[in-house]
Design a protein around this ligand. Sequence first.
Ligand code: CDP
Ligand code: MG
Length: 146
Amino acid sequence: MGLNFKKMTTNRTFTMIKPDAVKSGYAGKILNQICDAGFKIVAMKFTRLSKEKAGEFYAVHAARPFYGELVDFMSSGPIVAAILEKENAVEDFRTLIGATDPSKAAPGTIRALYAKNVGENAVHGSDSNENAQIEGSFHFAGTEIF
Ligand code: CDP
Ligand code: MG
């Protein structure tokens, strides 16, 4: 009886399959792995970021030495952008993709399987519920989210 309290976690995260992985033909395999891990796609598009939009998306890293390369790379070709739903989505998705540097990513993770190096690392995953919301809204209008 009484209220059934659940741990307060939001259930959505944002991802991009980055230009390196799309170019190498891994988009299908990566989406399959994401769905097999229990994530539901609630928004998705195949698109390409302009340099300006890539710079805006990664503005938080503007002072980092890799920022210029990151912006060039992320605007170098098409990406798949998606919003994913699952209980504890942000944390579970970060676990699924593995460490930023693929040489440190756990075996079987998406980055361990498909990333080239710390920069060209196959996928993006939001690092907090707040950023998941911001990043999802950056790429999708309300009418594109289901
Ligand atoms: O993507 P993640 O949250 O794991 O890493 P981040 O620290 O938020 O960095 C964002 C992105 O910048 C990474 O995914 C890499 O593509 C790139 N990066 C890089 O090129 N060199 C680094 N030393 C660190 C990150
Ligand atoms: Mg990050």
